[in-house]
Design a binder for this molecule. Structure first.
Ligand SMILES: Nc1ncnc2c1ncn2[C@@H]1O[C@H](COP(=O)(O)OP(=O)(O)OP(=O)(O)O)[C@@H](O)[C@H]1O
Ligand SMILES: [Mg+2]
Length: 245
């Protein structure tokens, strides 16, 4: 189905993928539209990172449809990756460069040449403290690194943001800051797929929460204002689903 007919930015449709004889994705279907935050939960080894890797074109599915802003990552990995800002659990940046230099260099690699004012504006948008802008990354905390990565994503104006366990190891304040930032990126129109074990963060910012089990989405919950999600009910359901996996 063409992208324009569905309006979906991230499409995984009936995706099957095995590592050797081990099936990991077994009919995974998941769609994310522009401006939407989809939180993907699931037990350890459920296939969440594999799903990310498939969207990035590093892992090729055996069957099914995968489209990122209209591009098949297996067929056109570079085109698909141009559409994506990927923030892994541990953001890899150049340790010996400072925050500004990292942003300028990584954006140059993406073919962009933003002015220093633009970079500073993006740092401000992420809440990265001014004192940190000229410091080497080697002294940065996980939360600060993520802010630099999101600032770069903002400057790239990519339509798709992929986050793999962004809040693991962040303190509650840093988690709240990061969630606000992700929410802002989505409000600018990006489709956000966030893999997380953090049900509270998911309930805080996601529009939909999907549970991945045995290689497919076994349950999906939509935000219902004003309470948005019944976190206790989701927790009960989620722990039961993981327990029987
Ligand atoms: N490159 C690989 N080669 C072989 N098997 C792999 C590979 N990557 C992942 N697997 C296996 O595929 C399954 C899914 O792994 P994946 O990393 O996608 O899980 P996950 O949901 O991200 O788990 P976690 O919550 O622990 O991060 C696991 O059984 C894992 O051992
Ligand atoms: Mg993982």
């Amino acid at each position: 189905m063409p992208l324009t007919a569905t309006g979906q930015r991230i499409i995984l449709s009936d995706v099957h993928l095995s590592y050797g004889s081990q099936p990991v994705l077994r009919g995974l279907t998941l769609h994310v539209e522009p401006g939407e935050i989809y939180a993907l939960l699931g037990g350890n080894g459920a296939g969440k990172s594999t799903t990310m890797s498939t969207l990035l074109g590093f892992t090729r599915p055996d069957s099914g449809t995968v489209l990122v802003a209209g591009h098949d990552p297996a067929a056109e990995p570079d085109r698909a990756r141009e559409q994506i800002a990927y923030v892994p659990e541990n953001v890899a940046l150049y340790e010996h460069l400072n925050a500004r230099e990292n942003a300028a260099y990584l954006l140059a690699l993406a073919g962009l040449q933003p002015g220093m004012q633009d970079i500073e504006g993006a740092f401000e948008a992420t809440g990265l403290q001014r004192e940190a802008w000229d410091k080497r990354l080697s002294g940065f905390s996980k939360g600060m690194r993520q802010k630099v990565a999101i600032a770069i994503a903002l400057l790239r104006e990519v339509p798709v943001l992929l986050l793999d366990e962004p809040s693991s190891g962040l303190d509650p304040r840093a988690t709240a800051d990061f969630n606000r930032l992700v929410h802002d990126v989505a409000r600018r129109g990006a489709a956000v797929l966030m893999v997380t074990h953090d049900l509270l963060s998911a309930a805080d910012i996601a529009d939909r929460i999907g549970f991945l089990d045995a290689g497919r989405i076994v349950d999906e919950a939509c935000a219902q204002p004003p309470e948005r999600f019944d976190v206790r009910a989701l927790h009960r359901k989620f722990t039961r689903e993981v327990a029987v996996a």
